[in-house]
Design a protein around this ligand. Structure first.
Ligand SMILES: [Zn+2]
Ligand SMILES: [Zn+2]
Length: 386
């Protein structure tokens, strides 16, 4: 089963949908227009059930096969854009200043709509497919909101699959890996409290700047001295704000922010514990104090072995090959869905384009037939018509 002919036929139409979404990007949960467009199209395809408002602005479309042996598969696409000002110069570039589909979620939504149109036309499977369109993948946890809204139980979803385009891979080629795949993404805020004062009287102050300098350096030892070298972990301090902008004032307070990326709960726990210990220790040494807030974000995204093998098999049928993907230290909130149900997440090549989250990035429409064929293959192969 190479690319399905029907998707080659539908390519101009699906490309039009994709470019319409691209022109009208919406951020986080504010995908009101996008959700309406998706729901209207799903109804137009003749889906058996279309429900809006799952996980605030999420949309679900249900398609029943010719027969129903009781199996239910969920297929998930994300719909949200990013707060980036587009610089592609394309004729279908974003019409909203400061918002842009820079991660290709416009392509993901269009491909899943294409698969929905085909599956509603053909219904050549035994069971039910639940099309899941989620908002707020980019930091808002829209996937978690949909799960918390009862997504999995309401439709009795048994397995769930997801896909992301990947710049730098040949267009329409696939890559996947079993087990931990995308990192857990946590944030930390550290407030350093000293005693501010005149910069010419260092003996009378507790210098938060010196504390911050030592602390930022010491935090590097979590990766280099505390973590087992074979484990993956990133600790990055990304922001430093002082309560004074003057050249002659020692600030009373300095605020650090940063991110932690890990591939296991053990590493996550280690990072949180050491950030607290090192902050207290360093600040205490200099006579100040630290207040640490550690926020756990998306969990590690773990692909389930059986579903990963199956997803790779379908990908090989579509594109002839499916490589083993490297670990990704970025986060992906499909992790929440994979915590609730077994499933797998695959990468589809976007060709030699700018990286995702770059203002010159664009989804490659030529990848659509491969992506749609993989979706359809998952359904038709996992739930073959009786
Ligand atoms: Zn992204
Ligand atoms: Zn993305």
């Amino acid at each position: 089963m190479p690319v399905k002919n029907r998707f080659a036929e539908l390519l101009p139409e699906i490309t039009e949908w994709r470019r319409d979404l691209h022109e009208n990007p919406e951020i986080l949960f504010d995908t009101h227009r996008t959700s309406k467009v998706v729901a209207d199209r799903l109804r137009g395809f003749g889906c058996d059930e279309v429900v809006e408002g799952i996980g605030r602005t999420g949309v679900v479309g249900v398609i029943r096969g010719k027969t129903d042996g009781g199996r239910v598969i969920g297929l998930r696409a994300d719909m949200d854009a990013l707060p980036i000002h587009e610089q592609t110069g394309k004729e279908y570039a974003s019409k909203t200043a400061g918002a842009m589909h820079a991660c290709g979620h416009d392509g993901h939504t269009a491909m899943l709509l294409g698969a929905a149109k085909y599956l509603a036309e053909t219904r050549n499977f035994d069971g039910t497919v639940v099309m899941i369109f989620q908002p707020a993948e980019e930091g808002g946890g829209g996937g978690k909101e949909m799960c918390d809204d009862g997504l999995m139980d309401r439709w009795n979803i048994q397995e769930v699959y997801g896909m992301h385009n990947w710049p730098g891979r040949p267009v329409g080629s696939f890559a996947i890996r079993s087990g931990a795949f995308f990192a857990a993404t946590d944030q930390f805020d550290i407030t350093l409290e000293g005693r501010g004062g005149h910069a010419a009287k260092p003996h009378e102050v507790v210098d938060t700047g010196v504390m911050a300098a030592h602390l930022i350096t010491a935090l590097q030892t979590i990766v280099s001295r505390n973590a087992d070298p074979v484990d993956q972990i990133v600790v990055s301090v990304t922001s430093m704000e002082s309560s004074s902008k003057a050249f002659n004032v020692i600030p009373q307070r300095v605020h650090l922010k940063g991110t932690v990326r890990t591939m296991s709960t053990a590493m996550r726990d280690l990072a949180e514990r050491r950030i607290r210990e090192i902050s207290d220790g360093i600040c205490g040494t200099f006579g100040g104090a630290a207040e640490v807030a550690y926020h756990r974000g998306y969990p590690v995204m773990v692909n389930h072995e059986e579903q990963t093998d199956f997803a790779a098999e379908v990908a090989r049928e579509v594109s002839g090959d499916c490589e083993t993907a490297p670990l990704v230290m970025g986060g992906e909130d499909f992790a929440f869905m994979l915590e609730e149900r077994p499933g797998a997440y695959i990468l589809v090549g976007n060709g030699d384009t700018a990286a995702v989250h770059h203002p010159e990035y664009d989804f490659t429409d030529e990848a659509i037939p491969a992506g749609c064929s993989w979706w359809a293959g998952i359904v038709e192969r996992r739930m073959p018509a009786a």
